[in-house]
Ligand binder design. Structure first.
Ligand SMILES: Cc1ncc(C[n+]2csc(CCOP(=O)(O)OP(=O)(O)O)c2C)c(N)n1
Ligand SMILES: [Mg+2]
Length: 548
């Protein structure tokens, strides 16, 4: 007779799960035993948070939920930041946590916290499993909920007595394809009318436009309508950035060069905008009209209140919209001039050879060593703004950054997941010396898994972004610097290879050599953040951007 944990693992196999990331506790031992004889690999991490970041990134890159596992109380709470990361970032993920037996209480309240209660606000659904017979249906429901628009994390708690309880065979619930409804003709006609009447329409690609299945329909919409486009940070790469219609990335909310194009527009077609992102532009009473195109209705915010909405399957909706407007638009010639001005500004100082290295040069050099399909995974720090503004993407989901929870610590785990999913592509984690140290223990996991991965650390011995904001706000420079380990020896102690860049000209050859070799490489380079103030404050007319 199968026990609860056997049914759980069979249900996960039924969903196509290949790996589970995490740190089991004694309450998970039945599940561990059921995994032992299954096709699913158990991948131990050195902290549950990293397991959750990896599982979430699986969901982000494939559309299929990644799965992570932890014990009760302390382990489950360590998943919380990863839950929030997936929840805000709309990444499908399943979190499985153990719990003490529910029919007896032999250890009184030892280690018991209300994990379901803690997870509820951080997930789409949080449920305790109370009988083995319910497992197949609950698991199917969990995956469906996690994957459905808007995707996100689901938490299931499996108490140890339910996991160990024998039961009759219970049939699994088969998967079937689900299509979303398409926007009704009235909504499409209204939007088409607004676009045809506009003189200077501009497309904005937001976070949800990066969903893996949208690559083709989005590119086709832009090709057919020839409307210039810009993207939010998390919408980067969803349409080829090499096209002559790309006018830039909105890494700040206003005042950046790309906002000249936004200010010039009289209509913005916001495709897949999710207001979890730091606002890519600020709507006001006088600005351009906005059409929201997405699977789910817009959230109304102080800075985002669209005038029309096209709700439903985005790919199908865009094809119908293109049918209505193709060939009827007159491209506005001013965008072409604006585009070259914006891109020229962004390119400035990319060749600067001063040492420590400037952020612009780092972005430029990273682009040189990354093939078009190479994946750059950012942690969270000052350099994120530079990569978002300056790094050109040509393939969808090749610059993974978090402009939603904007948590530190996800750079290395997200890169590890990308390296596992795409072993033949170059994968680079870019981390600050602060963010890297928040999950640096996963270097051991990366080495153990035999991943090919390069980690670039930008060293300023500080929580640079906060230090910069402190200076912008005219506070004295105080309290935000720290010392670092010797990163080369630190890498070596994990069995990885460490490199220190001592001259700006060495950055490209060092990264190139690291990629040509196999295994895990860590490259550390000192960064000069004087450019933050020069460009992001002084050059952008004294306007101070909001930061995370
Ligand atoms: C988990 C977490 N803690 C704190 C912050 C606030 N924060 C944002 S950026 C930053 C500094 C990042 O430092 P580092 O990783 O060294 O990057 P740098 O800005 O120095 O390049 C901090 C503390 C955050 N976003 N996430
Ligand atoms: Mg730093």
């Amino acid at each position: 007779m199968p026990k609860g944990s056997d049914l759980l693992v069979a249900a996960l196999e039924n969903e196509g799960v290949e790996r589970i990331f995490g740190v089991p506790g004694e309450e998970n031992l039945d599940v561990v035993e059921s995994l032992r004889t299954s096709k699913i690999k158990l991948i131990l991490t050195r902290h549950e948070q990293a397991a959750a970041f990896m599982a979430a990134t699986h969901g982000r890159l494939t559309g299929e939920p990644g799965v992570c596992i932890s014990t009760l109380g302390p382990g489950a709470l360590n998943l919380a930041t990863g839950a929030a990361y997936a929840h805000l970032g709309a990444m499908p993920m399943i979190m499985l946590t153990g719990q003490k037996a529910i029919m007896t209480a032999k250890q009184a309240r030892f280690q018991i916290v209300d994990v379901i209660g803690s997870m509820r606000p951080l997930t789409k659904m949080a449920r305790q499993i109370i009988s083995p017979a319910s497992i197949p249906a609950i698991v199917r429901d969990a995956f469906r909920t996690a994957m459905e628009e808007r995707p996100g994390p689901v938490h299931l708690e499996l108490p140890e007595d339910v996991a160990g309880e024998e039961t009759d065979e219970v049939p699994l619930v088969p998967r079937h394809p689900v299509e979303l409804p398409v926007a009704p003709p009235a909504a499409l006609d209204r939007a088409a009318d607004m676009i045809c009447k506009a003189e200077r329409p501009l497309i904005m690609l937001g976070a949800a436009s990066s969903r893996p299945k949208l690559v083709e329909p989005l590119s086709s919409f832009v090709r057919r309508t020839r409307i210039p486009f810009f993207n939010t940070q998390m919408g980067k790469g969803s349409v080829t950035g090499g096209s002559n219609l790309y006018v830039g990335t909105a890494a700040l909310s206003s005042g950046d060069y790309v906002h000249r194009a936004v200010d010039h527009a009289d209509l913005i077609i916001a495709i897949g905008h999710d207001t979890v992102e730091k606002p890519p532009f600020l709507m006001g009473p006088k600005g351009p009209k906005v059409i929201h195109v997405a699977c789910t209705p817009a959230n109304v915010e102080q800075v985002y209140f669209p005038h029309a909405e096209v709700i439903g399957d985005v790919g199908a909706g865009l094809a119908l919209l293109a049918d209505r407007i193709e060939g009827k638009l007159r491209p506005d010639p001013a965008f072409i001039g604006l585009r070259s001005e914006i891109l020229e500004r962004i390119r400035q100082r990319a060749d600067e050879d001063r040492f420590p290295v400037t952020p612009q040069r780092i972005v430029h050099d990273v682009r040189r060593v990354m093939p078009e399909d190479g994946i750059v995974c950012l942690d969270n720090g000052m350099y994120k703004i530079w990569f978002a503004r300056n790094y050109r993407t040509h393939v969808a989901n090749t610059l993974l950054l978090d402009n939603a929870l904007a948590t530190m610590g996800a750079g290395l785990p997200s890169a590890m997941m990308a390296a596992m999913l795409y072993p033949r592509r170059r994968v680079l984690a870019v981390c600050g010396d602060g963010g890297f140290m928040m999950n640096s223990q996963e270097m051991e996991t990366a080495v153990r898994l035999g991943l090919n991965l390069v980690v670039l650390i930008l060293e300023d011995s500080a929580y640079g972004m906060i230090r910069w904001k402190q200076a912008v706000d005219k506070f004295p420079d105080w309290g935000l610097t720290f010392g670092n380990p010797d990163f080369v020896r630190y890498a070596q102690s994990y069995g990885a290879t460490g490199h220190r860049v001592k001259r700006t000209a060495d950055l490209v050859p060092t990264l190139e050599a690291a990629f040509k070799d196999t295994g895990v490489h860590l490259v550390t380079v000192p960064i000069d953040y004087a450019e933050n103030t020069r460009v992001l404050v002084e050059e952008l007319q004294g306007r101070v951007p909001e930061i995370a």
